[in-house]
Design a protein around this ligand. Structure first.
Ligand code: ZN
Length: 210
């Protein structure tokens, strides 16, 4: 969302060259959250050697997720708040993608507990999706710890990520919260030099490849 859509090929090349692990694509439907972004045809048209990490902020995704898998998702995350049947959505996703569930700031960590046997990624949102100009919510650190405890207790290997409110200034302290994955948007693309911005973010967080 924060890249320059008129130059998307160049933007993707810049983050490829800077060694990004994934390209994170925010899919919003104007129903689950206020903004409207892109759907499967645009995602399929993005030519990149980066793996596509799709973050679906769409209402009732169960009948829709296969189209996103077929559009080239490597990882696909949906919101537990967006569906009455999160377990069914996980079944619909199948085994060809990394399956993720996301939690809005107002959702407790234990909402993911019944799903832990069937997910590989939990994405904790530090802002409410679809409203711009928000800061990293202060309750996020506590929720990350609670999610990590649930994951440890499950004995499964699950990636814990954070999305929203990440800046070049706070990325280091977010990394010290013990997360496996940090999603950055404007911290990469604002200011015009995505390659340099990403390199400085990676240095600041002590990056390991996922
Ligand atoms: Zn996202």
């Amino acid at each position: 969302m924060t890249a320059d859509w008129m130059c998307m090929g160049d933007e993707l090349r810049r983050i490829e060259e800077a060694g990004a692990d994934f390209v994170h694509i925010d899919v919003m439907d104007g129903v689950f959250c206020p903004q409207l972004t892109v759907g499967p045809p645009v995602i399929a048209a993005l030519k990149t050697r980066l793996r596509k990490d799709l973050h679906l902020m769409i209402d009732e995704p169960v009948e829709k997720v296969r189209a996103y898998v077929e559009a080239g998702a490597s990882m696909l995350t949906f919101h537990v708040e967006a569906t009455r049947h999160p377990h069914r959505v996980l079944q619909a996703l199948g085994s060809s993608v990394v399956r993720g569930v996301a939690l809005n700031p107002g959702t407790p960590a234990n909402a993911v507990e019944p799903l832990l046997d069937d997910v590989e990624l939990i994405l904790v949102l530090a802002v409410n999706p679809g409203w711009s100009g928000q800061r990293f919510a202060p309750g996020t650190e506590k929720k990350l710890h609670e999610v990590k405890e649930l994951v440890e207790r499950s004995g499964r290997s699950v990636i814990v990520g954070v999305d929203g409110g990440v800046t070049r200034e706070n990325a280091g302290s977010i990394a010290s919260m013990g997360v496996d994955l940090i999603v950055a948007g404007s911290a990469v693309f604002d200011g015009g030099d995505a390659r340099a911005n990403l390199a400085s973010l990676q240095a600041g967080v002590g990056r390991r490849s996922v």
